[in-house]
Design a protein around this ligand. Sequence first.
Ligand SMILES: Cc1ncc(COP(=O)(O)O)c(C=O)c1O
Ligand SMILES: N[C@@H](CCCC[NH3+])C(=O)O
Length: 430
Amino acid sequence: MDSDISRPHVDCFSYEDGKLHVEGVAIETIAREYGTPVYIYSAESVRRRWKLLSDAVTPLGVQICYAMKANNNLSLLRILAGLGAGVDLVSGGELERARVAGIPGEKMVFSGVGKTSEEIRAALEGEVHQLNVESVEELKVIDEVAGALGKIATVVLRINPDVDAGTHPKITTGTRKNKFGIDYHQVLAIYEFAARLPHINVVGLAVHIGSQITDLTPFRQSFERLSGLVEMVRQRGYTVERLDLGGGLGVAYGAGQRIDVEAYAKVIGDTLRDCDCALTIEPGRFLIAEAGALITTVIYNKETDGERFSIVDAGMNDLMRPALYDALHPVWPIIEPTADQRATPCHLVGPVCESSDTFGRFTSLPRLKRGDRVAIGVTGAYSAAMASTYNARPLVQKVLVNGDRYSLIRRKQTVADQLRYELADAGHAL
Ligand SMILES: Cc1ncc(COP(=O)(O)O)c(C=O)c1O
Ligand SMILES: N[C@@H](CCCC[NH3+])C(=O)O
């Protein structure tokens, strides 16, 4: 896939005096100080996205629980916590991180299709607001764990509404072919079952149909389904007082627009206002994607079969979305190209030994030389969070920019760090 975008289309990133800046700081300054690859985040971008979304949904009484799987860095979590965000968790590890970030249990919801008994115990001990349950077996385990702790677990049932979110198949979660949620035909029976369990307090329903959704129609369809189910469950005499509408709000990776949050809020109002329930949403990407950029340096250039390849020092281990979903992120040179610089199409590729280690083909970039740096944009979400140490590469470092100040918020995890436990364990094994 080709990209012809080479200038920032998101706020908080712009050229000033010929240099790409994040807020008031030139990216070149940060890259010189810390080296590359490095993720840079804009605190102001997070605050702006938060305001945009909360201005749209809080008049409806909606609580925003940030889906921290998108980016669980402690400093970013603290910014969001300071703005009033709760969190949507999917693991015991996320629960620990959220707690360290200062988020109280009453602002946490725990999603996920495979919570272990230990994770359920930690959630109950941590007074997590609700567990979003996805199967009968999970309900039974929660009931058992809660009983052993002498507690009552508050749960909602995540339904699978069988709605196609129209997004990439690998990030679609709400059709009946997916592993997520409870088939909506079974919801009434399972609600009744849950209501009979001694250590379960079932209080509502949840839905999440997928990620990177910019069309409102699938949201409307799934919320209408939810509304119908609320009525059906209530008719049987059960209480439904909470609805969790999931995340999925899409951003602009280049062409196209991010989701219109006012229109999204209107869909919530139109479909669910009459349900008279406490409402939660779980956006991840929307709040954090545009805040991040991955800065990388060209190591070498080469030509093969008439195509130019620029090999950079960031790889698929640092940013795996292109390899995993064919995602195309915009790439911006960190020194503004002059008007007379001719564009030279190139494949921007990483150093990892996989042909899928490519960030795409870019037709509008100036001819890159060894040592030139570029920013891979809109990489605040599902980017550093999915990084690995494949090829024994250090886990990528992170810097936060706030106004005209910047600081390291996660240092590079070196190979020495990686080896620490392995050396100790090898000592026992051999
Ligand atoms: C249950 C649940 N909630 C929220 C999210 C966050 O999604 P997004 O980052 O697209 O808003 C996800 C991820 O798709 C999820 O699985
Ligand atoms: N990791 C995906 C999103 C999955 C969302 C979590 N269910 C992405 O990078 O787009």
